[in-house]
Design a protein around this ligand. Structure first.
Ligand code: PMP
Length: 389
């Protein structure tokens, strides 16, 4: 019997064998011709995956939080006004980071946990106070809320704010068209829908973001994340020339390039559709089992993860039972409701078989926890979607 459990948390996710093989390749010098080619190709592929043909990609060792830090460090000068569209924990984090670089931050909060601010409220905030930039969390992993990014980005543009999108839980899983939707900077991390082990921070800066950076009057208050250091490095690798500022994580970048190749082979439209279909199947199962979700309505729910509340009489110990049934899930993250809900990631290379295994393990765990339901009802609901979609 396999001794490995299925990892279905909202990052890190399961990775393909080819990606994992790349992690184990002999590590070469970061200025060896083979690595220069790989990083150069990865940078070109990132433009395609972000749907941002005129963007400037940055790839560096770090996690998604470093990508947020890089965005704020390079775009904010002390005293700048920034607006945070907040749908959970990661909106709070962006507000903290922006404030750390001296921004005067206004937040538009969701009316309730699991909801998203109305476009009119965001427009009113931008109207009240001209902002240099606004941040949007495409999918807040603490609430599983997915926002109307094109609608919000259009507002940012209308009011002259740089539009910065935290796409850590969305890029390469949720539909996201950086250039067409007028987003000035999109950031992500490797370990989620991009399908690469944790350890890479990725940023795609559009022309308006780079202009704002070039017009800064004050130096960037962060040494490692300063674009002054990284712009020549990224340009050199794309021109297939060696360059050095900080040692790149060679094997992670091999793995990233393999995953980007797989993403482009699948095709972005097919990948977005697969994430929608598997999410619909999983959410149908959760509803059939009688569990409510944190997002207040289906139009507010992301496709990359699901956040169900525990049913009455069940608590976080059910995650242990589900783990015994072979599937690892995540507990709650939003501080106000942390103990009342759990989270399932279904992104990256996820398959229909993964969805069915996960629903099956949840049924076993819930039964063990004493929750009463008709056995198989979740599986049947998921199958119905998978059969017809
Ligand atoms: N933003 C979002 C939406 C996230 O889900 C996460 C990670 N869960 C982060 C930012 C931070 O990324 P990391 O944990 O890689 O620093």
């Amino acid at each position: 019997m396999k001794d490995r459990k299925l990892l279905m948390i909202p990052g890190p996710v399961e990775f393909t064998p080819a990606v994992l093989q790349a992690m184990g390749m002999p590590t070469t010098s970061h200025v060896a011709p083979n690595f220069i080619e790989v990083l150069g190709q990865a940078l070109e592929r990132l433009r395609q995956v972000f749907l941002c043909p005129n963007g400037q990609p940055f790839v560096l060792a770090g996690s998604g939080t470093l990508a947020m830090d890089m965005a704020a460090a390079n775009l904010v000068e002390p005293g700048d006004k920034a607006l945070v569209v907040n749908t959970g924990y990661f909106g709070d984090r962006f507000a903290d980071i922006l404030a750390r670089y001296g921004a005067r931050v206004t937040q538009v909060l969701a009316p309730a946990i699991g909801d998203a601010p109305a476009l009119e409220d965001v427009a009113a905030a931008l109207e009240r106070d001209a902002c240099k930039l606004m941040t949007i969390t495409h999918v807040d992993t603490s609430t599983a809320v997915g926002v109307d990014v094109p609608g919000l980005a259009a507002l940012g543009r209308r009011y002259g704010a740089l539009v910065v999108v935290d796409g850590v839980c969305s890029v390469a899983g949720e539909e996201l068209r950086q250039e067409e939707w007028g987003m000035d900077l999109v950031l992500t991390a490797s370990q989620k829908a991009l399908g690469t082990p944790p350890g890479l921070a990725l940023v795609m800066a559009g022309p308006r973001a780079l202009d704002a950076f070039r017009q800064r009057k004050t130096p960037v208050g962060n040494y490692y994340a300063d674009w002054t250091h990284w712009l020549p490095i990224m340009a050199a690798y794309e021109a297939r020339r060696p360059a050095y500022f900080g040692t790149p994580p060679v094997n992670l970048i091999y793995a990233l390039n393999v995953s980007l190749g797989q993403i482009l082979d699948e095709g972005l439209e097919a990948r977005f559709a697969r994430h929608r279909r598997l999410s619909d199947a999983f959410k149908a199962a959760i509803a059939a089992l009688g569990l409510r979700q944190v997002p207040v309505s289906p139009d507010k729910a992301a496709n990359t993860l699901t956040a169900p509340y525990y049913p009455d009489g069940v608590d976080a110990s059910v995650l242990g039972h589900i783990g015994m049934a072979g599937v690892i899930l995540a507990g709650g993250l939003h501080p106000v409701i942390r103990d009342r809900y759990f989270r399932i990631g279904h992104m990256g290379a996820v398959t229909p078989a993964d969805i069915l295994s996960t629903v099956g393990a949840i049924e076993q765990g819930l039964a063990k926890a004493g929750y009463r339901f008709e056995p198989g009802v979740g599986l049947a609901a998921a199958q119905n979607v998978l059969r017809t979609a």
